[in-house]
Design a protein around this ligand. Structure first.
Ligand code: ADP
Ligand code: MG
Length: 153
């Protein structure tokens, strides 16, 4: 199956999901993060980035659009397009160069850059579920499916 739905009881579970995703990546990956403000997109991203070896903080790159993490084993790029005005800005910043086959790219608010950013391997939908969260992951290709199979088993 190409979708996986999980309950995330607390913040730690959300971080843990990110870490599992990180350890399931074989070469690179593109994740789109969907969900309302506060749903847990940046928290999941923190898990991914820390899972790939970053030891410091992870916060959204609100004014610069992208926060790069050049880690020993991987280049990780965290995009937050919430404040993107014109998607043409993405062309000017050379957006496609970030999406190398061996890079890990995580995009919050991808709908704001629609048509200007590469397609995801996995869409991640986070939603409020009372005080907790639930998440649905949807794989779109073989690379995404491999990650879902790894974390789902
Ligand atoms: P977003 O990037 O989607 O706007 P953030 O990750 O910045 O959201 O914030 C999510 C908020 O929800 C944080 O305050 C975090 O502590 C909390 N949180 C994250 N995961 C859970 C969870 N599974 N259950 C309850 N609270 C959570
Ligand atoms: Mg965020």
């Amino acid at each position: 199956n190409s979708t996986l739905t999980l309950s995330l009881a607390n913040e730690e579970a959300t971080v843990e999901l990110g870490k599992k995703l990180a350890s399931a990546i074989v070469e690179g990956a593109v994740f789109y993060m969907h969900g309302d403000l506060g749903a847990g997109k940046t928290t999941t991203t923190r898990g991914i980035v820390q899972g790939l070896g970053h030891t410091g903080n992870v916060k959204s790159p609100t004014y610069t659009l992208v926060e790069p993490y050049e880690l020993p084993e991987k280049s990780v790029y965290h995009f937050d397009l919430y404040r993107l005005g014109d998607p043409e800005e993405l062309e000017f910043m050379g957006i496609r160069d970030y999406f190398a086959a061996d890079a890990v790219c995580i995009v919050e608010w991808p709908e704001k850059g629609q048509g200007f950013i590469p397609e995801p391997d996995i869409d991640i939908y986070l939603a409020y579920d009372g005080d907790a969260r639930k998440v649905t992951l949807k794989a779109h290709n073989e690379r995404g499916l491999q990650v879902l199979l790894t974390i789902g088993s």
